[in-house]
Design a protein around this ligand. Structure first.
Ligand code: GLN
Length: 450
């Protein structure tokens, strides 16, 4: 049934919704560029289906700006593998979506091209950093979109916009052509209007790619859930409820929506078990050391010589300095400074090395919990619903939006968000996490819950 809605939504439908929602003072500003000539192919599992792609995935016929002035107008000479696979499956790539600059952010307010508005309530943020893709799906322009995840950038906007978002296992989807933020954490992720549609999108883009040395040479099973006819399709499934993700400080309304989802899982045949992942509280500090460290190195390539913006300058030192200070926004600059600091000779052991040790601990705790007979974990996706544009101005407070999502990136495990209810009309997301390469189990449980 859900896949029928996907087939029925044609490219012409995408443009009529797009024309109604994108522009104007109250417009969503979800897209940075479009390709009105895209039609897709007549055959393939996404034949003629309009799809949107985050602007940090390389495309041949549209710019790839990463939401940054430093790449303004930049057109890649090659195409990301995930984008190529969508095209080969028949999809029409209709546009590139707005995002936090270089995928750094949790609200989409860090884009150099203006914030994105949440289609559910246009005074609010869509979440970030893949907020443009989330808004494109939630508004009905497209039913499938690609995003990227370094620490929750698909799941958190999916939660804020009331749609489905998947972060696959690290290595499940090729990163070739995904502009690097923090390479050991980055993933291509998928948004869908429903679980089935998101699963179909993932099915198309998953698989080994010789152009990405970290892409896994692991068979991709059938990911689109088939629940059969049983009333209790989740019989035998053990779902862990990690206590650290339901702290006493959690908004009781968020907790209640998640408890209701857990009760539904039990009604569907699953067993819910209390579990503990004690190092969870260290995830935010660890993430905000490792991600900026890797970013400071990855973003060194924007020097005004090879890509995009170049400041006119008499000597090379001034050229670098001016290009970078003109091209990068405040959050990107903050991360580069933080990253170079934690990697510097006197501080490397104290920060970066310790963060890597704690990262291993976090990973081990997941490994142990999945080895103990727990198939999935269920938690809230984010501690709050979508906040108002401009409401969160303290960077540290913004970083706390990622408290429940960064762990999956640190451990490399698959995770997803799906809608589990509303608070005052605003969507609440519930999160599943699974053992490495077990996206199929997570998607089955999510489909049953949906
Ligand atoms: N909000 C997190 C950050 O700013 C996550 C971003 C992401 O997943 N790309 O780093």
């Amino acid at each position: 049934m859900t896949i029928d809605a996907l087939r029925a939504h044609r490219v012409s439908d995408a443009w009529s919704v797009f024309d109604a929602v994108q522009a104007g003072p109250d417009g969503l500003n979800a897209f940075l560029s479009t390709d009105r000539t895209a039609v897709g192919n007549a055959t393939g599992s996404l034949a003629g289906v309009p799809v949107a792609v985050k602007d940090n995935l390389a495309t041949l016929h549209m710019p790839t700006t990463c939401g940054s002035k430093i790449l303004d107008g930049y057109i890649s000479p090659f195409e990301a593998t995930a984008v190529r696979k969508l095209r080969e499956a028949g999809a029409a790539i209709i546009g590139k979506t707005n995002m936090d600059e270089f995928a750094m952010g949790s609200s989409n307010e860090n884009s150099a091209y203006g914030p994105v508005r949440n289609p559910v309530d246009r005074t609010r943020v869509p979440g970030g950093s893949s907020g443009g893709s989330a808004a494109a799906v939630a508004s009905g322009v497209v039913r499938i979109a690609l995003g990227s995840e370094t620490g929750g950038s698909v799941r958190q906007p999916a939660a804020f916009c009331g749609i489905v978002g998947i972060k696959p296992t690290y290595g499940r989807v090729s990163r070739y052509g995904l502009v690097a933020y923090a390479s050991s954490l980055d993933n291509v992720g998928v948004f869908g209007a429903t679980v089935h549609e998101a699963a179909l999108g993932l099915q198309v883009i998953a698989g080994h790619d010789r152009f990405d040395s970290t892409s896994a040479n692991t068979l991709v099973p059938s990911l689109v859930p088939d629940l059969g006819t049983s009333d209790r399709p989740l019989t035998g499934l053990v779902v862990g409820k990690p206590r650290e993700y339901f702290p006493a400080s959690l908004d009781p309304r968020v907790a209640e929506r998640c408890e209701r989802a857990l009760a539904s899982l039990v009604a569907l045949g699953a067993e819910v078990r209390d579990v503990s992942l004690p190092s969870t509280e260290l995830a935010i500090p660890v993430y905000y050391i490792i991600a900026p460290a890797e970013a400071s190195s990855n973003l060194a390539r924007y020097d005004g010589v090879r890509y995009g913006h170049r400041a006119p300058a008499a000597d090379l030192g001034t050229l670098y300095e001016q290009t970078r200070s003109q091209g990068f926004g405040a959050e990107v600059t903050r991360r580069i400074l933080l990253g170079t600091y934690v990697l510097s000779a006197g501080y490397y052991d104290a920060y970066y090395k310790r963060a890597q040790a704690v990262r291993s601990l976090i990973t081990q705790e997941f490994t142990q919990v999945f080895a103990s007979g727990v198939h999935l974990l269920f938690t809230p996706t984010a501690p709050t619903t979508a906040f108002r544009l401009g409401e969160v101005s303290d960077p540290y407070e913004m970083y706390l939006s990622d408290i429940f999502t960064v762990t999956a990136n640190l451990a490399g495990i698959p995770a997803m968000s799906l809608p589990v209810g509303r608070i005052d009309g605003l969507p609440v997301g519930g999160q599943f996490m699974a053992a490495p390469f077990d996206e199929a189990t997570m998607l089955r449980a999510a489909a049953a819950l949906e």
